[in-house]
Design a protein around this ligand. Structure first.
Ligand SMILES: [Zn+2]
Length: 119
């Protein structure tokens, strides 16, 4: 008798072989719960991709205006709905920590000024 485990991340109940062979969930509830979770994850990924593109557009615009090595207020990014919550990789340039957003990077200082970098 083969015994599989429910594919719902919150469940792990066994699925007995008298159920349909290709069954991946122990119940309708688990099926729908998992489906909802996958949809939420996909929406989150989509949102994140959109916000990365949006952040990149904002930095591109400001880079064209301020260029490199010109400090400006972080409030400008704030006003353009920059998403600070996105966590990408950090690198170091000239001893400064630079947070990378696609094609641009930024350094945020304690006095809430910003420096931009083209990556
Ligand atoms: Zn289950």
């Amino acid at each position: 008798m083969s015994q599989q485990i429910c594919q719902n991340f919150n469940c792990y109940e066994p699925i007995f072989s008298y159920h349909h062979q290709n069954r991946r969930y122990c119940s309708e509830h688990c099926y729908y719960e998992n489906k909802l979770m996958v949809t939420n994850m996909q929406n989150e990924q989509r949102r994140s991709a959109l916000n990365i593109a949006n952040n990149d557009d904002i930095l591109k615009l400001l880079y064209a205006k301020f260029g490199e090595k010109n400090y400006f207020s972080a409030a400008i990014l704030e006003s353009k709905m920059f998403d600070w919550s996105l966590r990408d990789r950090d690198i170091f340039k000239e001893t400064l920590k630079v947070r990378i957003v696609k094609n641009y990077g930024y350094t945020l200082f304690n006095d809430e000024t910003i420096l931009l970098w083209k990556i």
